[in-house]
Structures are given as C-alpha cells and as structure tokens.
Design a binder for this molecule. Structure first.
Ligand code: GLV
Ligand code: MN
Ligand code: MN
Length: 419
C-alpha cells in the first residue's frame, strides 16, 4: 500500500475529530446515540459545520436539515462532485457508522487542498438528515427528499412516537424559514456521488481486504403494527377470556423470523426491532403492542413475497386471538445497482494505489440508495471488526479509515478534474 502516501492524510486529526463527535451523544461513552432533532443531533451538526467552515468550505443547510459544504471549483457552473453520509445514530450505536463518510470525506477534501489541487468541478460534502429510522420509523428522510421519493406533503405530517410531526419539529429547531418543497434536487446538479462507509458486515474483516466497492445495495422495507387487545387484571382475568396484545405480537415476531427463514433465499433477513407494550405493568394484561419490523433481501421479489407472508400471518394471528391490528408499510424500497462506470473508476483507483479491493453487495441501506436516483452513485466500504455495527463496540482502525479516505480522495480527484 506504499503509494497511498501520494496524498498526505492527517489521520490523527481525523481520528480525534471522530472521537470528539462521538462524545456528542445522548448517552455516556462508548455508547453513541444521536437521534434526529435531539440536542446531540443539533450539536453534532454544529460541530461538523464548524469543521467544514474551518476547511474553507461554503456551508448551507436546506429546509429538511441536509447540510451542504462546498469546495468551489474553477468552473462552478459544471455539475459538482458529491460525497458524504450521515451523523445521526440509532440508540446504543457506535461512532463510525455514517461518521467515517462525513469526517472522512472532509479529510479527503483537506488532503486535496493540501496537495494544491484546484478542482475543475466543485466538490460538495453532504451530511444527510436522518439516515437512521429511529424518530419517524423509516430511514433516509433527507436523501429521499433530495431525490423526490418522499414528497414534502408526506414528510411534513410524519409523526414520531409522541405524536409530534416533522413540521412541528422543524418549527421548534428553526428550520421552517423555507419550504420543504425546495429540498428536491435538480437532476443535473451533481456529476457523481461517492459515499465512504464501514461495511457493517464481516467479509472485509474476515478476508483481510482493506476496501469494498459496492455494486448493489439490498432492498429494505419497514412495517409498523399497532395491536389492540383487551387489558385487565392479571389475577382476575382467566386465560380463556384473554386477548393479549403482547402475545399476538410475540407470535407475529416469530412469523417474521419464519418468513425470512423460509423465503427460499439466504439473503432474506427479518427483524422485529421495536416492541413496546401498554400499560407495561406486571399485574396487567397487555392491551396494546407497537411493533416495527425490518425486512430485507438483495432481491425485491423474495423480499416482497416474504412481506406478503408476514401480512397474511398478521391477519390470521389477530383473527384467532381476537386482537385488532393496524398494519402499515412505512417503506418498501427497491435494490439499487451502483453506477458501473463509477465502480470501475474506484476499482482503477484502488489498483493505482496498490490497495486490494473486493466488489460486494451492501446489505445495509444508505443515502446512496436515493442519491442513485439523482446522479451516478457508488460506495467505498472499509472493514469493521467482526462486522459489528449498530452497537457500541463497532470499530475500524485509524489505518483502515485512512485507506478508505485515500481511495475516496483519489476518486474525488479524478471526478473533479473530469470534463
Ligand atoms: C442503516 O442504518 C441500515 O439499517 O441499513
Ligand atoms: Mn446505521
Ligand atoms: Mn450508515
């Protein structure tokens, strides 16, 4: 990997910025939690904006909170080259998911600046709003709106678990000065988008390969289910009289597992990641259950037939148990094929730098899934230890991050000089 030295990286500064951002969290270290609109989210945004300004970038924010930090090119009228990721974090997360693609991209831009490169096209770092689904039930709110996949009307009325709408939140944090209708990007605003991210799976770590080049992003979907049963006294209500919302939910969670296991594809994965009950008292039969179900596959067809199977199970289980169920498909997204030319350019960059790379599928979803609707898009993966992600012990070494940033920087250098 000797040739990486061509562009000098300040990996120590990058690592200390990753560490500093990790301290901006709703929980004590090593846990990182930064949910959209939380104080930590707002402070994290301010921190990144400040770093971008210190790098001489022109920073603006759109009305859904996507942050754009632009390094102006010599020909600012040409479509810009974009890179970036997210800094929001699910409850009990680690410090690298998303952050490597934001602070790493900033370091890539600084490396290009230090090397005296004068970009022909502008280079723009994007920090996307709410890649994670925690507040509103499904993810990539910012990039969906940039692509026009989520309309301003639908976005405005999204509600969180406390019933607060996205519009009310925007007012509360002062983002309501401009209309959500202004978020959607024009089709020719970017010539390319490249996202650097940790793999969130074990392959690169296991095979000791420093770079993954993403060719395809799996098809995610989310279901939300409200179950209403009959509550009552845990001592006095005899078993044959019960319509227990938790037990209906428990059977449904098992049906999700079964639908994934029997889909005929080893790539189908189903998770009931949210399961809350009311009233939540040991001596009270649960009258209400709220479930959020995540179902994915690399192929939309197998994902969709497993989804249909789950929906039939919900109906059958609710009928048999005398529990009423309100089931919503919050999101069903197709798989995404990354731009073959961009994939080829990243592969060429790795080969020029002497960095071994592997083409692969992303099983996690990313803002890239939606940026692919706006411009040619691809992703660069780096290994993370054991593939651990969405947990506090998520880890990529400074050396692994440096390699990813070097590949990103060189790829951006080619893209921003292209005619
Ligand atoms: C992204 O965070 C995902 O859940 O794939
Ligand atoms: Mn994530
Ligand atoms: Mn991520």
């Amino acid at each position: 990997m000797a040739q990486i030295a061509k562009l000098a990286m300040d990996e120590h500064r990058l690592q200390s910025q990753i560490d500093e951002l990790a301290l901006i969290s709703e929980n004590a270290p090593p846990v990182v939690t930064r949910i959209l609109f939380s104080e930590a989210d707002l402070r994290g945004r301010a921190y990144v904006k400040q770093l971008a300004e210190e790098a001489g970038l022109h920073v603006r924010q759109d009305s859904i909170g996507n942050i754009f930090a632009r390094w102006a090119g010599q020909n600012p009228d040409l479509p810009a080259v974009a890179t970036g990721s997210h800094i929001d974090a699910i409850p009990n997360a680690g410090k690298f998911d998303g952050v490597v693609g934001v602070l790493g991209a900033l370091e890539a831009i600084r490396a290009l600046q230090r090397a005296g490169i004068r970009p022909r096209r502008s280079v723009e770092l994007i920090v996307f709003t709410a890649e994670e689904p925690t507040r509103f039930g499904f993810g990539c709110i910012g990039s969906r709106m940039l692509a026009g996949t989520l309309s301003p009307e639908k976005a405005a009325v999204l509600k969180d678990r406390d019933g607060t709408s996205l519009e009310a939140w925007r007012r509360q944090v002062g983002w309501d000065k401009s209309d959500l209708g202004s978020v959607r990007l024009a089709q020719n605003c970017y010539s390319a988008f490249v996202e650097l991210h940790i793999e969130q799976g074990p392959l690169l770590d296991k095979e000791k390969i420093p770079i993954g080049i993403v060719e395809k992003i799996a098809a995610p979907s989310v279901l939300r289910l409200e179950l209403t049963g009959v509550g009552g006294h845990a001592g006095a209500m005899l078993m044959p009289e019960r319509h227990d919302a938790l037990l209906a939910g428990a059977e449904i969670a098992l049906a999700v597992e079964k639908a994934a296991l029997t889909s005929g594809s080893a790539d189908t994965v189903g998770t009931t990641g949210v399961f809350r009950i009311e009233p939540g008292a040991v001596n009270s039969v649960p009258c209400q259950a709220h479930l959020e179900i995540d179902l994915r596959d690399t192929q939309a067809a197998t994902r969709d037939s497993a989804l249909a199977k789950i929906e039939r199970s919900v109906e059958e289980i609710c009928r048999r148990r005398g529990v009423s169920g309100k089931l919503e498909r919050l999101a069903t997204d197709p798989p995404v094929i990354c731009d073959p030319k961009l994939v080829g350019l990243i592969a060429q960059t790795c080969s020029t730098l002497g960095v071994p790379a592997k083409r692969m599928i992303s099983r996690a979803y990313h803002d890239s899934s939606f940026m692919a609707q706006v411009c040619p898009t691809a992703m660069i993966f780096i290994p993370c230890r054991e593939g651990y992600s969405h947990r506090p012990d998520e880890y990529s070494s400074p050396e692994q991050i440096k390699t990813g940033v070097a590949v990103l920087a060189d790829t951006l250098a080619s893209l921003c000089s292209a005619g």
